[in-house]
Design a protein around this ligand. Structure first.
Ligand code: ZN
Length: 653
């Protein structure tokens, strides 16, 4: 492991707090040191208060911040004298600790200080770095892990037995260090938890972490942890993946994103003795709020295996509870025997966090098994962290659920124009969105983890099936299909209509929609409140001369939607159609095209754009809004309907 410290970069950071931000981010950048909000750092500094008095303060990572991206305002300033007094108390319950830590802050709008604030305060050095490093924890999570750590680091590292984080941990370390000569210590290893290093110099404290982790990594390497064999990818059919997601959503009581991990590491892990090694517990206790203590193993009868998991989770709860309330008993991830894993979340972000934690845990377990036997903390200790109110508070902070959270939408023709607006709005309302488009640019258009662009020729059955498979592997299933792709065709009257014009319009504006229904229907039947939304055209109810190729195809598409509504209704799939007209804020309507078209009708551009009963301009976002309404509860009892979005047409009304 290499230090990422850069003297030139570090020069930009002058104050204590700025330097703390810099080295915190260096730690946060390495996912083998901390993952998704894990770990915490602090710096002891001074502040001048309102009365001109200089006060000692601890800037400690605020709850809910991630070390990789932390800013100065992510650190809570807490008065040192108060924290030190708290460390001398015999007992302190969690609620009081949180309350008094907040009361001791010098900035009331700062985030809640880390639950480890008191522990940071009692370490008598300016900078304190705390990580949940894979390598060190891997060694502690083996039989005789403590002896191995002793052998590795000698007396320069203080070994702390496992205890719950928070006040009890601070208290234990306070007691254990009364007679310690801190200057002789380079760090502390917290068994089954992580590593602390400290120094009055930011660089030295950070690099001490790197140095100690490097020793652990070398030890693992010398003890047989080698690279893994090359594996094939998962061969579970997409429909089975969708079935699993459907069952898990039912158990969780809400739509759930399910992400397949068939990376080399995940497949390799799933081929091991998973009945044993996957059922021991997490690498470090704070993972439990994401992953639960253990996964479900899926092999033959998914439904039965999931039901059994729920039963045994309830038993685990009964065995360990005092006065807690049962959390949802469904699993947060599954191991598919020989076929990788699935991680479940209420959105793609949450499922991806679990996937990342899994990747690190699987590697650690396999490395620990090379040393001897992977041993996690006992179930009761894990339970205590899982049901610790301060841990659960972290999840609650993640925000309230959006309308389409956990749902998967598939939008065709979504690389630009109306389709892009629809895709973005569905995402903004919480859905994971798969966007298909013939334009290859779609593959690089989206960067967030809940949007996936796939190049797809919708006239090709093979392309559509490929895209559906990818969608299901990435998000678990399909709930909302927005069949939007289409082309405008050149204006030609029937007596001179070219075969090419006609055939092309039929292939794209009609047949592609039929293919999409055909191949998505089996997945929609397993979907959560599933729906198909057809983006047709006002050209169907009110055709115009010269538009036969386009209008006839759009009429066929509308008829297709009516049939789909009839055939899929018994499976709960709603199918509705919208007829947009004169949506001009798309790429094809350049100012020049608009100007010439308006001139043809003897209108100004403004008149042309608002040439409807309401005298209003219709934008892509208005269409997207209607699509979202149709996908949502407003249309829960409606199928087979057609709604115009055209500002009102006197030809149709
Ligand atoms: Zn920790």
């Amino acid at each position: 492991m290499k230090s990422l410290w850069d003297d030139n970069e570090a020069k930009k950071f002058q104050t204590d707090l700025d330097l703390r931000v810099y080295t915190s981010r260096l730690l946060g950048q390495d996912s083998s040191l901390v993952l998704h909000g894990g770990g915490n750092t602090s710096v002891k500094s001074t502040q001048t208060n309102l009365f001109g008095e200089v006060e000692d303060v601890l800037y400690v990572k605020g709850s809910g911040w991630d070390l990789a991206t932390i800013e100065a305002e992510g650190f809570a300033p807490v008065k040192m004298d108060m924290l030190l007094k708290m460390s001398e108390l015999k007992e302190l319950d969690d609620t009081s600790m949180v309350k008094y830590q907040r009361l001791a802050m010098t900035n009331p709008s700062a985030p809640n200080p880390s639950v480890e604030a008191i522990l940071h305060a009692i370490i008598p050095f300016k900078f304190v770095d705390h990580t949940h490093t894979d390598a060190v924890v891997t060694i502690t999570n083996t039989e005789n892990g403590e002896d191995k750590i002793k052998e590795l680091y000698g007396p320069k590292v203080l070994i702390i037995p496992y205890i719950m984080p928070g006040f009890v941990l601070a208290k234990l370390i306070y007691d254990m260090t009364r007679d310690v000569n801190w200057d002789e210590l380079e760090g502390m290893v917290l068994l089954n938890h992580g590593l602390f290093t400290f120094n009055d110099d930011a660089k030295k404290s950070y690099e001490k972490t790197i140095e100690l982790v490097d020793i652990a990594e070398l030890y693992l390497k010398n003890n047989g942890a080698c690279s893994q064999p090359q594996e094939e990818s998962s061969n579970i059919p997409a429909l089975e993946l969708a079935q699993i997601r459907s069952e898990v959503s039912a158990l969780k009581g809400h739509a759930t994103i399910s992400i397949l991990n068939d990376s080399n590491g995940a497949i390799n892990f799933s081929k091991q003795n998973i009945e044993n090694i996957s059922q021991q517990g997490p690498l470090t206790p704070d993972h439990v709020i994401r992953t639960k203590r253990i996964p479900v193993i899926l092999n033959e009868n998914y439904k039965e295996e999931l039901d059994n998991y729920v039963t045994s989770y309830k038993e685990y709860f009964e065995e360990n509870k005092t006065d807690e309330t049962l959390l949802n008993p469904a699993p947060n991830f599954a191991i598919l025997k020989n076929n990788g894993t699935l991680s479940f979340g209420k959105n793609a972000k949450e499922a991806n966090i679990i996937k990342d934690i899994n990747d690190h845990t699987f590697e650690a377990i396999l490395r620990a098994e090379k040393l001897c036997v992977y041993t996690a903390l006992d179930a009761k200790s894990i339970f205590d962290v899982e049901y610790w109110e301060l841990e659960q508070a972290k999840l609650k902070k993640a925000g309230s659920s959006l309308e389409f959270a956990g749902k998967v939408a598939l939008v065709t023709g979504g690389a630009s124009g109306i389709g892009l607006s629809i895709a973005k709005m569905l995402k903004a309302k919480g859905a994971a969105v798969v966007v298909l488009d013939i334009n290859p640019a779609v593959e690089t258009l989206f960067t967030s983890s809940d949007m996936l662009g796939i190049r797809c020729d919708l006239t090709s059955s093979g392309d559509i099936q490929y895209a559906i498979n990818l969608a299901v592997q990435n998000f678990g299933g399909i709930d909302i299909v927005v069949s939007n792709a289409g082309i405008f065709t050149p204006s030609e009257n029937l007596d001179s209509l070219s075969d090419d014009n006609w055939n092309k319009s039929m292939a794209i504006n009609l047949t592609s929609h039929q293919k999409l229904i055909k191949y998505t229907a089996p997945f929609l039947k397993l979907g959560i409140d599933p729906t198909i939304i057809m983006v047709a055209s006002k050209n169907f109810p009110a055709p115009g001369k010269g538009a036969a190729a386009y209008s006839v195809a759009k009429a066929g598409q509308t008829q297709l939607a009516r049939l789909a509504a009839l055939e899929l209704g018994e499976f709960g799939v709603r199918v509705n159609t919208l007829h947009p007209h004169a949506v001009f804020d798309t790429a094809i309507w350049t100012p020049e095209v608009l100007a010439s078209r308006a001139e043809n009708y003897g209108m100004t551009v403004e008149e042309y754009k608002t040439n409807n009963v309401l005298k209003t301009e219709i934008k892509s976002d208005n269409v997207a809004q209607l699509v979202c309404s149709m996908a949502g509860s407003a249309f829960a009892k409606t199928t087979g309907a057609q709604v115009a979005i055209d500002g009102g047409s006197d030809r149709i009304i």
